[in-house]
Every structure is written in structure tokens, then in C-alpha cells.
Design a protein around this ligand. Structure first.
Ligand SMILES: Nc1ncnc2c1ncn2[C@@H]1O[C@H](COP(=O)(O)OP(=O)(O)OP(=O)(O)O)[C@@H](O)[C@H]1O
Ligand SMILES: C[C@H](N)[C@H](N)CCCCCC(=O)O
Ligand SMILES: [Mg+2]
Length: 264
């Protein structure tokens, strides 16, 4: 079983969008069993007494291991703010140990691939020790959970001005944490394309020593493939995005194949 953690240069960079496309490609093109985990979410709707986060809802929709929303996303907060601040407001604390405990349920599914979506960027705090309040808790980050589980990481880069710095710092931080960032995705999350997109992607291709497994263009509501007057649904967009991603690096047999390929 492989654990793939999806991080990004920032919040709203396209982690959920690309994660859904990756899961769609893995399940539909390669018949993989994929389980999803979004340990912590902030920004929910209260539906019939349940906190429903959109990311978790879509990940649950695309994963194919019969998971409940609660299993995919065990820790949820109503407010769309930094999760540790939301937790504080509710007199709660989020710890790595909580994330690991809930993750045992995901592992028990024995999927081919577990896809885990972070929240925000790489150095997302879960709990911030406040010496003034004399708390006994130490500061913990989402990255500490990823480290504890020794997950491989995929970096989603939101292609906008400033992304070169954000991408390189994030890559360096993942490496400094002793983890493998195995691939990156150039995602255009905003309708207005950045100027010199091709040159920026080329620069990152030179600067990041890992494969780019996709360039995902911004898929507008009015995509050229659809009839006039009809908007694309989220699932339409994910289908289109999935076609541009090469997920072969994630396949369980990838390592074995790579090993058995004779060197030229
Ligand atoms: N390539 C794309 N084409 C069209 N829309 C996109 C694309 N990438 C992202 N989006 C849209 O941009 C918004 C932000 O993306 P998304 O929710 O995936 O970000 P995120 O990194 O998961 O954010 P969070 O940190 O809140 O989890 C969403 O509305 C998403 O549907
Ligand atoms: C609400 C938002 N969409 C995400 N769920 C949470 C992003 C937290 C970012 C925290 C930070 O690094 O400043
Ligand atoms: Mg998301």
C-alpha cells in the first residue's frame, strides 16, 4: 500500500481539484482501489447536524473504498480559518496522535493507494504552544504527521506570480523533513492565466529535481468541449483534468517496473 500526501504552495492552490483528478485517473484508468483521507478541514456547512466540508465530500465521492464522510474527514470545523485557531475557539486541540489514530481506519481498508490531502501549505500548524497560557502542549504541524507515517509527497504548484519561491521553499522544507517529494503538478487555479506561464513552468522544471506529472490548465465553466449555454459541473472538470495527469508513478508496480527496466 502506498500513502501519497498532497501538499501545495498555499491554500486554494488546487489540492482538492488535483487530488480528485488523480483519484479519478487511478480508479478509472488503472482500476486501483483508492482510499481518501482529509484529516483536518476548516470551512464547513452544517447539514442535519453534521459538519460537511466540500473537499471531504468530493474526496469521498471519488475514492472507491466505501468510506463515510466522517472517516475521510474526522476533524472538521465550521469556520474557514486556520484549523488550529478554529480548534482553539472550540476549546479543542488537534494533535498528530489524533491524526494517526484516525488514520488506522484508513489503513484497515487495505487500499492500493491512500491519498491524503493536507490543509493550507506544508507547514500548517495543528497546535501552537502558548507559553503565556502555560499550556503543556508542544507545537505540532501537519508535516509531523506526514513524517510519522513516512509518506511520499506530491506538490501542487498554483501557477501564479510568486510561485517559484513558494514551490522551491516548500520542496526544500519537505526534503529537510526527511521525506520524498516524488512529483509536482503545475496547476492553473485561476481564470486569469499568469503571464509567461510556459517560461515559469520551464524554470520550475529546471529547478525542481523531480518529475512534473501534469500541467492542469484552468478549466473554465464554459469549456470549449461543451454546448453553448451549458456550464461544466465539477465532475466534468475533473474528468478533463484527469486526462492531463500521468499517474503511473503512483502505481504500486511502478518501483518494480523501474527496477526491472534494464539500464541503457
Ligand atoms: N485547474 C483548475 N481549473 C478550474 N478550477 C480550478 C482548478 N484548480 C483549482 N480550481 C478551483 O479553485 C478553487 C481552489 O481549489 P482547491 O479547493 O482544490 O484548493 P485547495 O488547495 O484544495 O484549498 P484548501 O487549502 O482550502 O484545501 C476551487 O474552487 C477549485 O475548484
Ligand atoms: C480555510 C482554508 N480554505 C483552508 N481549509 C485552511 C487554510 C489554512 C491556512 C493556514 C495558514 O497557513 O495561514
Ligand atoms: Mg482542499
Amino acid at each position: 500500500m502506498k500513502n501519497i500526501f498532497i501538499t501545495a504552495t498555499d491554500t486554494d492552490a488546487g489540492k482538492t481539484f488535483v487530488s480528485c483528478a488523480i483519484i479519478h485517473a487511478l480508479t478509472q484508468q488503472y482500476h486501483q482501489r483508492v482510499a481518501a483521507y482529509k484529516p483536518v478541514s476548516a470551512g464547513c456547512e452544517l447539514i442535519n447536524g453534521e459538519l460537511v466540508n466540500d473537499d471531504a465530500k468530493w474526496l469521498t465521492h471519488y475514492a472507491n473504498c466505501q468510506q463515510s464522510l466522517k472517516q475521510v474527514n474526522p476533524i472538521a470545523f465550521l469556520e474557514p480559518i486556520a484549523p488550529h485557531i478554529a480548534a482553539q475557539k472550540h476549546q479543542q486541540a488537534i494533535t498528530v496522535s489524533d491524526l494517526s489514530t484516525h488514520f488506522t481506519q484508513i489503513n484497515a481498508l487495505n487500499a492500493d493507494i491512500n491519498l491524503i490531502e493536507g490543509a493550507g501549505g506544508w507547514r500548517l500548524p495543528l497546535i501552537v504552544a502558548n507559553s503565556a497560557q502555560g499550556t503543556k502542549n508542544t507545537t505540532q504541524f501537519m508535516a509531523d504527521f506526514v513524517k510519522a507515517q513516512k509518506m511520499d509527497v506530491i506538490l501542487i504548484v498554483n501557477m501564479k506570480l510568486g510561485c517559484l519561491n513558494h514551490a522551491l521553499l516548500t520542496f526544500d522544507a519537505i526534503k529537510a523533513d526527511g521525506l520524498n517529494c516524488i512529483a509536482w503538478v503545475a496547476n492553473c487555479a485561476s481564470e486569469t492565466p499568469m503571464s509567461n506561464l510556459a517560461e515559469n513552468i520551464e524554470s520550475l522544471t529546471q529547478l525542481l529535481p523531480i518529475p512534473k506529472i501534469a500541467q492542469v490548465d484552468f478549466i473554465a465553466d464554459a469549456h470549449m468541449n461543451i454546448r453553448a449555454g451549458q456550464g461544466l459541473t465539477f465532475t466534468d472538470k475533473i474528468k478533463i483534468a484527469a486526462e492531463s495527469i500521468d499517474v503511473s508513478i503512483l502505481l504500486p508496480q511502478h518501483k518494480a517496473e523501474a527496477k526491472s527496466t534494464p539500464k541503457p
